[in-house]
Design a protein around this ligand. Structure first.
Ligand SMILES: [Zn+2]
Ligand SMILES: [Zn+2]
Length: 155
């Protein structure tokens, strides 16, 4: 398994914000400072965040800003529709979100505590390309989630 810098962003925040504004306009929704903060917080986070964790982060950093959990849910699903963010579900407990523009990586997800570990394996990436080629298939994107128990939850 190779070490990758998952924190490097392939897109500038300004470009992302512009895309988000266009998306909101198309859907007849208002652009607000709360929504910008939601996007910014996701952009600057290296974690996979539940809506509740995101809410908490925003409240800590911007205590004066009234950002309801409903706004967070609504904004996240908007962002997800356009692939600005992607989500991972961890069983019945819910979903965690991350920025879609992060460098490609796959996930190991603990179905007990929800811990998420990112990894990239060059062999797996290469094998996928070869398999697709065998079938005359052109890969545009892929996601791989391994579900199981993390070290702590196995004890
Ligand atoms: Zn766990
Ligand atoms: Zn991830």
């Amino acid at each position: 398994m190779s070490q990758h810098d998952f924190t490097s962003r392939t897109i500038e925040f300004e470009a992302l914000l512009k895309e988000f504004k266009i998306l909101l306009k198309k859907n007849g929704e208002k652009f607000t400072i709360q929504r910008e903060i939601i996007l910014e917080t996701l952009y600057n986070s290296d974690e996979h965040l539940t809506p509740e964790a995101l809410h908490q982060l925003i409240q800590q950093k911007h205590p004066d800003l009234k950002t309801g959990i409903a706004t967070i849910y609504r904004t996240l699903s908007r962002l997800e529709e356009s692939d600005i963010v992607t989500s991972l579900s961890f069983g019945a407990q819910g979903k965690k979100y991350e920025l879609g523009a992060k460098d490609h990586h796959d996930h190991m997800i603990c179905i007990d505590c929800g811990e998420i570990t990112e990894f990239v394996d060059d062999e797996i990436e290469k094998r996928q390309e070869l398999i697709a080629k065998e079938f005359g298939f052109k890969i545009k994107d892929h996601s791989m989630q391994l579900y199981g128990l993390c070290k702590n939850c196995q004890e």
